[in-house]
Design a protein around this ligand. Structure first.
Ligand SMILES: Nc1ncnc2c1ncn2[C@@H]1O[C@H](COP(=O)(O)OP(=O)(O)OP(=O)(O)O)[C@@H](O)[C@H]1O
Ligand SMILES: [Mg+2]
Length: 307
């Protein structure tokens, strides 16, 4: 199967803060790469950098054979319709006073695609695909619930027939009861339209249900990447194990304690060892040796000195 996205050695700093550190992966057509990791690990920065909404410092991003790091602004604008993004909060990503028709057709307008009548036909069809009635088209977005607004955001993302959608915490702001419906919709659209997703989430159960592959991010690096089922059944990196263990703990206190454990001792830069060593139960000489991502079984790579 063809690679839709092939990323090599992607790096991004904000000032002297390295936020993406040597990220590499490949995503095939029709597949989902889930990105897990705690707050501040760089997930959103990665998603936005892949679309060049943020400029990378170095590395390459090959999308359908085109190196988008080398594209001009106008070439990027043309590519945008093939790479879309769905944000976390439809209450802020959609103007409540705008008519649903105008919200959904916005990418067509940006790409100067079709006349108004054609756009109405496309919006009508797309509403059907996301499970909203055609009558929604002439209402204002503010008349809809959070879950319905996220369906409108999904309609806006798919109307240009993209190859790739980046979904950044796209169910996190929704009530648990509507999350499953949105995830099911994304899965059925993937099947129907052959979409590839980068699915960014804090929530391991959403990641498990959506992803073919999962990459675990820690301080800007992929510390483990594996087929989804393998990551859950045979997590290797001690940070991955910590993440998986944390969902078994009750919501309050314990999880935060785990997340913060040792954070006071986070090494100051420059540091040549493993950035996880200060909170790792397995650490040995890790403060001197920075582990590189290594494939330990087919498709399963881990960046830990113990493997
Ligand atoms: N424009 C910016 N300028 C400076 N620092 C930034 C900028 N954007 C992000 N950062 C920093 O980069 C790091 C990664 O942020 P990012 O938003 O990518 O994390 P995240 O994994 O998406 O977190 P969350 O789970 O909370 O959404 C954070 O330390 C953040 O403060
Ligand atoms: Mg984020």
């Amino acid at each position: 199967m063809d690679a839709v996205l092939s990323v090599s050695n992607l790096t991004k700093s904000f000032g002297d803060h390295l936020v993406l550190d040597d990220i590499s992966f490949t995503l095939k057509k029709g597949e989902t790469l889930g990105i897990a990791g705690e707050s501040g690990s760089g997930k959103t920065t990665l998603g936005r950098t892949l679309l060049r909404l943020i400029e990378p410092d170095s590395g390459s991003i090959i999308f359908s054979g085109i190196d988008i790091c080398k594209c001009t602004a106008s070439e990027i604008r043309k590519l945008r319709k093939r790479m879309q993004i769905i944000f976390q909060n439809p209450y802020s990503s959609i103007d409540p006073y705008e008519r649903v028709f105008d919200v959904i057709r916005a990418p067509l307008v940006n790409a100067s695609a079709g006349r108004r009548a054609e756009q109405r036909k496309m919006v009508r069809e797309t509403l059907g695909l996301v499970g909203l009635p055609v009558s929604a088209m002439d209402k204002r977005a503010g008349e809809f619930s959070g879950g319905e607004r996220q369906r409108i955001a999904i309609a806006r993302a798919i109307i240009t027939s993209p190859d790739l959608i980046i979904a950044d915490e796209c169910v996190s702001s929704l009530d648990v009861s509507v999350r499953a419906g949105i995830l099911r919709l994304l899965l059925s659209l993937q099947k129907e339209l052959g979409l590839s997703y980068i699915f960014i989430s804090h929530d391991l159960s959403s990641l498990k249900c959506m992803s073919h592959w999962i990459a675990v991010m820690y301080h800007g690096r992929f510390v483990e990447i594996a087929p989804s089922a393998v990551l859950f059944s045979e997590p290797l990196h001690p940070y991955t194990r910590e993440l998986l263990a944390s969902v078994l703990l009750p919501e309050t206190g314990a999880r935060e304690a785990l997340r913060d454990s040792g954070s006071a001792e986070f090494p100051s830069s420059p540091f040549s060892g493993c950035l996880y060593a200060h909170r790792c139960p397995m650490r040995d000489k890790c403060s001197m040796r920075c582990p590189q991502l290594k494939e330990v079984s087919p498709g399963h790579s881990v960046a830990c000195n113990f493997f």
